[in-house]
Design a protein around this ligand. Structure first.
Ligand code: ADP
Length: 303
């Protein structure tokens, strides 16, 4: 039985933030696709229309490092979003104890991530939910960002679904302080966390609540001082914390290059206004100096 007279449903791939994800075949071209079924059934009729309209805008995002959104349509009170199918994701790469990641491999994965982000930030679309399992990897080693723009359309996922605990680890301090107006800098912070995770091979800042997440950030970088981040005091959930001083970043990343450490520190700048932009990050000497990033075709991947 076909969905929308076009897609043949196959097995369930997993339970996502917004609903279940299926593998399917697009009978139009025999291409394998992933269909995300989003539950919006019980809500007012209007949600469907607005969400659908916004999703259609995401179809315009076309880039080698962004997952292609092939189609979107309502079906039985659910919204179905069709994406190109991807083999694996960066979380699987990081967690695989049999994979060795060289500094050039890490650079390649980070560069592809930032290139995808740069393209979307140019179009004023934020990701807002960056994490390693949202960075999918295709058959030729290309990394592509998934779920772009969905967080804004469907709301902050982790407030609705409790299984979504990991996203917290990638959350920028301004979001943890309740900022309502935030920008591209939240994706830069998250990309910094992913960079750190590629280097450490484990999540860098693992808070078990929003408060604990802030404590982990402060333990790593020291409590932010007013002159470092003047706007902090005006954020809705700002509370004063017991000052703690930062260990050197070098002591947290003992084996990484000086260039990597410098870029990392710029991505983890407290004040979002001073934090490095994606564009600046891509021009950082970490990317322009040796070793050059590994060719995606030669990147280690799980078997
Ligand atoms: P989350 O919301 O937790 O990030 P997703 O909704 O993105 O999870 O995905 C749920 C499951 O479906 C995951 O196991 C993921 O590997 C799989 N999946 C999502 N998108 C794709 C895709 N384009 N190709 C292959 N598998 C996918």
């Amino acid at each position: 039985k076909k969905v929308a007279d076009r897609y043949l449903k196959r097995e369930v791939l997993g339970q996502g933030t917004y609903g279940v994800v299926f593998k399917a075949t697009d009978t139009k071209n025999e291409q394998t696709v992933a269909i995300k079924k989003i539950r919006i059934g019980k809500e007012k009729e209007g949600v469907n229309i607005t969400a659908l309209r916004e999703i259609k805008l995401l179809k315009e995002l076309k880039h080698p490092h962004i997952i292609e959104l092939i189609d979107a349509f309502p079906h039985k009170e659910n919204l179905h979003i069709v994406f190109e199918f991807m083999e694996t994701d960066l979380e699987a790469v990081i967690r695989d104890p049999n994979l060795f990641l060289s500094p050039a491999d890490v650079k390649s994965y980070l560069q592809m991530t930032l290139k995808g982000l740069e393209y979307c930030h140019d179009k004023w679309v934020l990701h807002r939910d960056m994490k390693p399992n949202n960075l999918l990897i295709g058959p030729n080693g290309q990394l592509k960002l998934a779920d772009f723009g969905l967080a804004r359309i469907f709301g902050s996922p982790d407030r609705k679904f409790t299984h979504q605990v990991f996203a917290r680890w990638y959350r920028a301090p301004e979001l943890l302080f309740g900022a309502k107006h935030y920008g591209a800098a939240v994706d830069v912070w998250a990309a910094g966390c992913i960079f750190a995770e590629l280097l450490l091979r484990r999540p860098f800042l693992q808070g078990n609540s929003d408060i604990d997440q802030l404590s982990k950030i402060f333990a790593a970088f020291g409590t932010p001082k007013e002159d470092q981040w003047p706007d902090m005091l005006c954020l809705p959930d700002y509370v004063e914390y017991q000052p703690v001083s930062a260990p050197s970043l070098r002591s947290l990343f003992p084996t990484v290059s000086e260039d990597a450490l410098d870029l990392l520190s710029k991505m983890f700048t407290y004040d979002p206004k001073s934090r490095i932009s994606i564009q600046q990050a891509l021009q950082h000497r970490y990317f322009t100096l040796a070793p050059s990033p590994t060719d995606p075709l030669k990147l280690p991947r799980p078997i």
